[in-house]
Structures are given as C-alpha cells and as structure tokens.
Design a protein around this ligand. Structure first.
Ligand code: CMP
Length: 138
C-alpha cells in the first residue's frame, strides 16, 4: 500500500447545496486526511488549465460555465491508495448511474453537476495539486 496525495474539488453545486461539510466528512470518515484546503473561484484561464483534456469535447462550454458559476473548495487528501479510494467513494461521472453509497450516487442526478472532482491518476494528481497549491502543501 502506498500513501498518496490526491486533489479534490467541491464544485459550485456542492457549495450551493451546503454539502461541503458532509462531503468532507465522508472522506474523513474513510480515514483520509485533509492536508490542505482553500476556497477559490474559477477563472476562464483556470478552467482551461484544469480541464485541458476536455476543451475539445462538446460539453466543454457548459462545463466551463458551470465550474465558474460560484465558489469551489479545493483540497488535498492523503491516505493509502488515496487516488483510487477517492474515485471509488465519489462514484462514476454520471450521478444517474453512480451506485447508492457513493457521493454522486447519493446526491447527484447529473453528468455535469456531479458535486466533486477527483484526480484520476498519479500523474493527474501531481499536475492538479500543483495547479491549486502552487506554493506547496501546508
Ligand atoms: P469531473 O470529474 O470534474 O471531470 C470532467 C467534468 O466534465 C465531469 O466531472 C463533469 O462535471 C463534466 N462532464 C463529463 N462528461 C460530461 C457530459 N457528457 N456532459 C456534461 N458534462 C460532463
């Protein structure tokens, strides 16, 4: 088992629906440690940087509008195999298909407004942590 860091974003719908505390506690209850956390608002430039792999996709303009629509919370979680563990806790992208017990399965009915983003690989985690915490972790 490898101790890993992964990046999560609690997206504007999570903040608007006052699910920030609940979602963070799901991760904490699992045993993951919050090692850094900040509030921010996405600019268009940040959206294009973070979601670079999706810029050419048909849903990108809607995704950009959504992610810039309100404040978000960015955090770094630490734990054994944290990258895969967090992806399993949040569930598949589409809330309609996400199984009960996952965060998206319990709280989302959308493939866009799906509350949480989490890094999908070690390479993404390193890239994304550097985007949101460029000065290192606390
Ligand atoms: P996230 O895990 O942050 O990664 C990319 C985001 O794009 C995804 O969550 C959704 O918010 C959004 N997304 C992915 N697929 C679609 C889709 N088919 N239609 C609309 N939004 C999508």
């Amino acid at each position: 088992m490898t101790v890993q860091h992964t990046l999560i974003l609690l997206k504007p719908d999570a903040v608007e629906r006052q699910l920030v505390g609940h979602i963070l506690s799901r991760f904490e209850q699992k045993g993951l440690r919050i090692v850094d956390l900040r509030w921010l608002r996405f600019t268009q430039e940040l959206a294009r940087q973070h979601y670079a792999e999706h810029i050419e996709k048909p849903f990108y303009s809607g995704l950009e509008k959504y992610i810039m629509s309100g404040p978000v919370v960015a955090a770094v979680l630490e734990g054994s195999e944290a990258i895969d563990v967090v992806r399993r806790l949040i569930g598949p992208t589409n809330g309609v298909e996400a199984p009960p017990g996952t965060i998206r399965g319990d709280f989302s009915l959308s493939n866009q407004q799906n509350l949480v983003h989490a890094s999908d690989s070690a390479v993404s985690a390193e890239r994304e942590i550097n985007i949101f915490f460029p000065n290192g972790l606390k």
